[in-house]
Design a protein around this ligand. Structure first.
Ligand code: CMC
Length: 428
């Protein structure tokens, strides 16, 4: 028998259906609430609002569980590679060898970025932040690929997906090369996705002097997997809502990049390193910064700490902390900010303020330290996050379009002036 919840508003009772997910999460289906009672729900920041039903990612914030299509993040990070995970997220199943090979070849075939895109890039000043440039370039791709996707055709959909997966890392690498005033290259066609991203970023203008290092490739692969999806977070919800107006895939992804950029979301990885540098320059006294984070009159927050849904631990942070030790050890990098980070984590985890609010290190707390050890400049950290999140954005956009979800359009409770008469300028 289907379950219902009874709601009474100003004496009027209605039964609202309860929706139960495959992991027994319960949601109150309010679709008929306004029609039958005139009331709406109010939930700033959507803290308790499910915006969709989705079969892509499951996470349990209390237990620290994260799974893509049913597979645990721990197992995927250890055993899969990034393209396999991208395929899994987007199409729902792990690819067979033939499917993966075809996927890889199709991506390679689409990896040339139109020469005119370089003219767009040249228009940006060197001071431009790589995330702003990446968002603009992704949007500009639409101009060079004007045919909109026919979402009713699996073939058309597949072509658009492969195209963005192919071109996005090229654009990401270009944002760095532009900053460094270097030549712009297209993808190397006979090496892997992650290897080619590193080469496009770091080889010199003569296409020499960049030797791929297995430790760096594996670590980046793992970081991209850990970032690949995280259900209805800020940037993903943005992608879904922009796509819900039937704006194209590239436009939706471009909006996702902008949403990710903020320091409360993906931009936290850059902010963490800047904070750790600040603590180091200040003499390394972590207790002073813990006190600042607790002071409600001080806007300072402990970057890389806290999460909207994880209230016990972030499973990605656990994997990344271990990887940070391994990568720095294997590369022979001694970074004093790793010790500051560990000291800060220990102090925060023992502090009542952080315990009471269930604030733990999140995915971004240690990722920047690994990126830094790989030689990736701080301003590029969030771009790396975006490359990792791309398959998740695509998967969520595809799901939203295939399920024919309606345009996203929340309501509001108006708290402004009631009707008043216009006064002409002489009488104001
Ligand atoms: N430092 C100090 N206090 C904090 C922090 C922090 N990093 N995060 C939350 N709090 C406090 C906050 O002041 C509030 O205290 P009180 O109840 O006394 O008013 C309480 O904890 C709850 O915080 P909130 O802001 O209501 O929680 P939220 O769910 O709206 O925000 C968050 C989640 C991630 C935006 C927030 O924890 C934060 O700003 N963290 C720092 C930025 C960061 O690391 N972001 C990356 C998130 S993980 C990557 C991703 O997926 O985006």
């Amino acid at each position: 028998m289907s379950k219902v919840a009874t709601v009474e508003i100003e004496g009027k009772k209605i039964d609202l259906p309860l929706v139960v997910g495959t992991e027994n999460e319960i949601a109150l289906d309010i679709t008929k609430l306004r029609g039958e009672t005139g009331a709406i729900t109010l939930d700033p920041g959507y803290k308790n609002t499910g915006s969709c039903e989705s079969a892509i990612t499951f996470l349990d914030g209390e237990k620290g569980i994260l799974r893509y299509r049913g597979y645990s993040i721990e197992e995927l990070a250890e055993k899969a590679d990034f393209l396999e995970v991208a395929y899994l997220l987007i199409f729902g199943e792990l690819p067979t060898e033939t499917q993966l090979q075809k996927f890889n070849t199709d991506i390679l075939d689409q990896s040339i970025v139109n020469e005119d895109m370089k003219t767009v890039l040249k228009g940006f000043p060197e001071s431009a932040h790589p995330m702003g440039v990446l968002s603009s370039l992704t949007s500009a791709l639409t101009a060079f690929n004007p045919k909109s996707v026919n979402v009713d055709s699996e073939e058309d959909m597949y072509k658009a997906i492969v195209k963005i997966l192919a071109k996005f890392p090229v654009l990401a690498a270009w944002t760095l090369r532009k900053k460094n005033n270097q030549n712009l290259f297209n993808k190397d066609t006979n090496i892997g996705y992650v290897e080619s991203l590193l080469k496009m970023m770091f080889q010199d203008d003569n296409k020499k002097n960049y030797k791929l290092n297995k430790t760096v490739v594996n670590a980046l692969d793992k970081l991209l997997i850990l970032h690949a999806d995280h259900e209805q977070n800020c940037s993903t919800s943005t992608v879904r809502i922009v796509g819900s107006s039937h704006a194209g895939l590239f436009a939706s992804i471009s909006a996702g990049v902008s949403a990710l950029w903020g320091p409360l979301h993906g931009g936290a990885n850059q902010a963490v390193i800047e904070m750790l540098e600040e603590i180091k320059a200040d003499g390394g006294d972590t207790s002073k910064f813990i006190a600042k984070a607790k002071d409600k009159d001080d806007p300072f927050r402990l970057m890389g700490f806290g999460h909207r849904v994880y209230k016990n631990f972030d499973p990605r942070a656990k994997i990344i902390k271990k990887a940070a030790d391994e990568v720095l050890g294997q590369l022979g990098v001694e970074d004093p900010i790793l010790e500051i980070a560990k000291g800060l984590e220990k102090a925060a985890l023992e502090d009542q303020y952080f315990i009471d609010r269930k604030l733990y290190p999140n995915v971004d707390f240690y990722s920047g330290i690994i990126y830094r050890a790989m030689g990736i400049p701080t301003e590029m950290f969030t771009v790396m996050f975006a490359v990792g999140r791309l398959p998740g954005w695509i998967a969520q956009w595809r799901e939203m379009r295939l399920r024919k979800e309606p345009i996203g359009r929340p309501r509001q409770v108006y708290i402004g002036e009631t009707h008043r008469k216009f006064k002409d300028i002489a009488n104001r």
